[in-house]
Design a protein around this ligand. Structure first.
Ligand code: 0PR
Length: 374
C-alpha cells in the first residue's frame, strides 16, 4: 500500500488534529489490545481507569465513572440511552411491573445548535428529540427550554462548545430546569472540553448538576482517533447500560461497541498525562489568539464575523470565494447558514492562516478587477 494520508497544512475545518507525539507512540504500542475484554487485556483496562480519572480532573468530577468511547457520537448516544433507561425504570416504578399502560415516549430536549449525533440517538433509541431555538448569540433560549420540558422529558442537553460557533449554553440554568422535571442533564463538551478549563465559562460537573458528559480526547485533547469520552457523575448511571457478558472473564459491559482499539485509550492517557493542564492551557492560548487574529483580519476585509468566544471562527464569505478556496485545496466547511467555519485546532498555525487570508485577499481583488472586454 503506497498511499499516504493527506497533509494537515490546508485543513481548517476539522475537529480532529495531528496527535501529540507521545499519543501517537502510545497508540501504536497498544494497537492490538482490546479494552472491551479486560480479563484478557488487563493493562489497557487499567489504563482506561486512568483515562477516566484524568478526564474527571479536566471536567471537575471527583470519583468519575465512564469509559473511552469511539467518539462524541457514541458518548452522546450512550448518554441518551442512560436517560431513556432511567425514564423507563421510573415510569414502571422501578420494576417492569407489568402494568398494561405503555409509558409515553421519552423526550430529549436539545438546542438546535446540538450535534447531529443526537438525531442518530433518537433514531436508534426510539426517543423523541425536541429542538429548541437559540438566541441571537447562538446560545439556547432558556425560556424556550422551560416551555418545552414536561414529565416526558428524560434528558436536557446543553452544548459546551457548539460545532458551528463554539458557543457555551447556560449550563447551570439548564441543570435547574432539568431537575425541575426530574430529567438528566447531559453536557456535550466533545469539542470544548479541553479548552473550557482555561476560560471562565460554567460548564462542568462542579459548576452545575451535570449528570453525564461527552468529552473527547481525540479532538482538542490531541489523542489519536478513536478516543471519545463518556463521563457520568454517579457510577450507577452506567448500570443502565450494562449487559451481561457470559463468555468473558468480566461479567458485564457498558460500552456500545464490543471490541475496541486500545490505541484510543492508551493515546488518551499519554496525551492527558503529558499535557494536562499546562500543555493544554498553552495550546488553548495559541489557538484562541489565532482565532482572534483571523476574525480581525476577516472583519478588516469587510466580512461579517461571529465573535470567536472559543477557538472557532465563522464568517460570511461570498459563495464564489468559498468555492475558489476549496478549489485551491483549503479544507474548509460552512455552517448551516452558509458561513465559512474555521476551527483553530492545534495543527492550525499563524503562518497557515496568513496564507489563507492572503489567498482570500487575492481572490477578492481579482473579482473586483473589471473583467476584460471580450
Ligand atoms: N459533539 C460535538 C459538539 C461535535 O462537534 C461533534 C463532532 C460530535 C459531538 C461528534 O463527535 P465524533 O465525530 O467524534 O463522533 N463535530 C464535527 C462534525 O461532525 C466534527 C467534524 C467537523 C468533522 C468538521 C469533520 C469536519 O470537517 O461536524
Amino acid at each position: 500500500m503506497q498511499r499516504e494520508p493527506q497533509a494537515f497544512d490546508r485543513v481548517l475545518s476539522s475537529m480532529c488534529t495531528t496527535p501529540h507525539p507521545v499519543a501517537r507512540e502510545a497508540a501504536e504500542r497498544f494497537l492490538a489490545t482490546n479494552p472491551g475484554d479486560p480479563g484478557t487485556y488487563p493493562t489497557i483496562s487499567a489504563l482506561e481507569d486512568e483515562a477516566i480519572e484524568l478526564l474527571g480532573e479536566v471536567a471537575g468530577l471527583d470519583d468519575p465513572a465512564g469509559y473511552v468511547a469511539s467518539g462524541g457520537t457514541e458518548a452522546n448516544i450512550q448518554a441518551v440511552r442512560i436517560a431513556r433507561e432511567r425514564a423507563r425504570t421510573t415510569a414502571t416504578g422501578g420494576e417492569m411491573s407489568g402494568t398494561p399502560e405503555t409509558p409515553e415516549t421519552p423526550t430529549v430536549v436539545m438546542p438546535e445548535s446540538g450535534h447531529f449525533s443526537f438525531q442518530k440517538a433518537a433514531n436508534v433509541l426510539g426517543v423523541d428529540l425536541e429542538l429548541v431555538p437559540t438566541d441571537d448569540d447562538h446560545r439556547v433560549d432558556l425560556e424556550a427550554v422551560r416551555a418545552c420540558v414536561d414529565e416526558t422529558t428524560a434528558m436536557v442537553v446543553g452544548v459546551a462548545g457548539t460545532t458551528e460557533y463554539g458557543r457555551v449554553d447556560p449550563i447551570p440554568e439548564l441543570g435547574e430546569i432539568a431537575q425541575s422535571v426530574d430529567a438528566l442533564l447531559h453536557v456535550d463538551a466533545a469539542w470544548g472540553g479541553f479548552v473550557l478549563p482555561f476560560t471562565d465559562h460554567a460548564w462542568q460537573f462542579d459548576h452545575a448538576p451535570v449528570d453525564t458528559m461527552a468529552i473527547d480526547p481525540h479532538k482538542m485533547g490531541q489523542a489519536a482517533v478513536p478516543a471519545g469520552g463518556l463521563l457520568v457523575r454517579d457510577e450507577t448511571l452506567l448500570d443502565e447500560l450494562a449487559v451481561d457478558t457470559p463468555y468473558l472473564e468480566s461479567t458485564s459491559q457498558a460500552t456500545l461497541t464490543g471490541t475496541r482499539s486500545g490505541a484510543g485509550v492508551a493515546s488518551a492517557v499519554a496525551a492527558m498525562t503529558e499535557l494536562w493542564p499546562d500543555g493544554y492551557r498553552e495550546q488553548y492560548e495559541r489557538s484562541q489568539a489565532n482565532a482572534e487574529w483571523l476574525a480581525a483580519e476577516l472583519a478588516a476585509l469587510g466580512y461579517d464575523v461571529v465573535d470567536p468566544e472559543l477557538p472557532l471562527v465563522a464568517a460570511d464569505l461570498p459563495q464564489a470565494t468559498f468555492e475558489a478556496l476549496r478549489e485551491a485545496g483549503w479544507r474548509i466547511s460552512s455552517t448551516g447558514s452558509g458561513e465559512l467555519r474555521v476551527v483553530c485546532m492545534p495543527h492550525v498555525t499563524r503562518a497557515q492562516l496568513e496564507s489563507f487570508v492572503a489567498e482570500i485577499d487575492a481572490l477578492e481583488s481579482e473579482s473586483e478587477t473589471p473583467a476584460a472586454t471580450t
